[in-house]
Write a protein that binds this ligand. Structure first.
Ligand SMILES: Nc1ncnc2c1ncn2[C@@H]1O[C@H](COP(=O)(O)OP(=O)(O)O)[C@@H](O)[C@H]1O
Ligand SMILES: Cc1cn([C@H]2C[C@H](O)[C@@H](COP(=O)(O)O)O2)c(=O)[nH]c1=O
Ligand SMILES: [Zn+2]
Length: 194
């Protein structure tokens, strides 16, 4: 039975790199894949999955109005799709997570989602909440805080490096805007700079 997977981590943990490796693995065996990424996440260009290690691939951009089920079913009808890979899956809506679950259960295509678990305030994103609730397999990709503990949280920082604790949930950025920290240091920095 095909499964819905959620590979989650803090920022800068290697999610996009791992996705692109999994994609390569399918394609080098002659299997067709479909890649999606959030249209809003244009750090490496619109509709591009880019890893800090330098790997890149084109992907279908999704926004809240995108019906991933319709796109994948139409493509699968045209030529068999072996796997669907979704980057920035924290930005999926709950309805889109259900579309992906349908693809795994009813169409038989494995769906691999990669994304953040929590935002800069330590709260779940809609896509992460949906995936934590519905995925068959939850896999944590691990990275380290500056203290050596596991980095599970994402601190948003300003140009001076001070913690930002208020603002919109969605704010595109990279290492200049976010620091991955363990929970202890996330809490300490959040309250110190408040
Ligand atoms: N030149 C490099 N060689 C090896 N690893 C690198 C290099 N540049 C960045 N990295 C590592 O890649 C990881 C970030 O990968 P990326 O796929 O962009 O993460 P994510 O998608 O989780 O934000 C970090 O662990 C970083 O240390
Ligand atoms: C914590 C947090 C992150 N974001 C944005 C910032 C980046 O554009 C992406 C995550 O990118 P990565 O591939 O994991 O490096 O998400 C956000 O909008 N809001 C947040 O709270
Ligand atoms: Zn720490």
């Amino acid at each position: 039975m095909a499964k819905l997977y959620f590979y989650y981590a803090s920022m800068n943990a290697g999610k996009s790199t791992t996705l692109l490796q999994a994609d390569f693995n399918y394609r080098e065996r002659g299997m067709r894949t479909l890649l999606f990424t959030a249209g809003v996440h244009d750090r490496g260009g619109h509709g591009v999955i880019d890893s800090r290690i330098g790997l890149k691939a084109e992907a279908i951009p999704f926004d809240p109005a995108t019906d991933l089920r319709v796109i994948v079913e139409a493509e699968h009808f045209r030529a068999s799709v072996a796997c669907v890979l979704v980057d920035e899956s924290q930005f999926l809506s709950d309805a889109q997570v259900r579309q992906l679950a349908h693809l795994a259960d009813e169409v038989g295509i494995p769906v691999l989602c990669y994304g953040l678990r929590t935002d800069f305030q330590g709260r779940l994103f809609p896509g992460s909440a949906g995936l934590l609730a519905l995925a068959d397999s939850l896999v944590e990709i691990k990275s380290v805080c500056e203290c050596g503990r596991k980095a599970t949280m994402n601190l948003r920082v300003d140009a001076a490096g001070n913690a930002v604790s208020e603002g919109a949930q969605k704010e595109i950025g990279g290492n200049e805007r976010y620091v991955a920290l363990c929970r202890k240091h996330f809490m300490l920095r959040s309250s110190r700079d408040a």
